[in-house]
Design a protein around this ligand. Structure first.
Ligand code: FE2
Ligand code: FE2
Length: 168
């Protein structure tokens, strides 16, 4: 089903479609994070990725909870956007030899992922509220908060040391 498929008629259809999109994205992120943990050298970065893997498993569960609250089956739809971001992350990190430059590359890729999630959750929360589903919005807001905190943490790790070390 394409994004502009005629199967999407109402805002409610669009909400469900986008929920399935983020469900797919979270599952792909869950698969990709162990590779990023392996590649990271800086201990704080490695630990941050590990923490976010645990959080990501929680995000998947919360999205499942929203499907249930909304009374629709939890299923995924392909999301070429997140596939592209993750594919590029893999490609770039494969091309970096210096470990400290690699950490900088991993942070950049991870922040692209976080920003994707942030935009999706922001939209879903706005639509959930519009549809009178503040219960769904509240659950989604918990995921958004963790994505935003992760994004801020990555900026801090980059600016406080990883970028400096990479530039040496
Ligand atoms: Fe997430
Ligand atoms: Fe995330």
């Amino acid at each position: 089903m394409g994004f502009f498929s005629k199967d999407i008629k109402t805002l409610d259809d669009l909400f469900i479609h986008t929920l399935r999109d983020i469900y797919y994205a979270e599952k792909q992120i869950e698969k990709s994070l162990p590779k990023m943990i392996d590649k990271a050298t800086d201990p704080q970065l490695k630990a941050g990725f590990e923490k976010h893997l645990t959080q990501t498993k929680g995000h998947i569960e919360r999205v499942e909870q929203v499907f249930e609250l909304h009374g629709v089956k939890a299923k995924t739809v392909n999301c070429p956007a997140i596939d592209g971001i993750l594919e590029e992350a893999d490609e770039v990190s494969g091309d970096v030899e210096d470990k400290e430059v690699l950490d900088a590359a991993l942070i950049a890729s991870a922040q692209a992922v976080e920003h994707y999630e942030i935009t999706r959750y922001g939209t879903l929360i706005a639509w959930a509220k519009q549809l009178g589903r503040s219960d769904c919005a509240n659950v989604l807001a918990k995921n958004l908060k963790e994505e935003e905190a992760t994004d801020r943490k990555l900026t801090e790790i980059a600016e406080s040391k990883v970028n400096l070390q990479a530039a040496e």
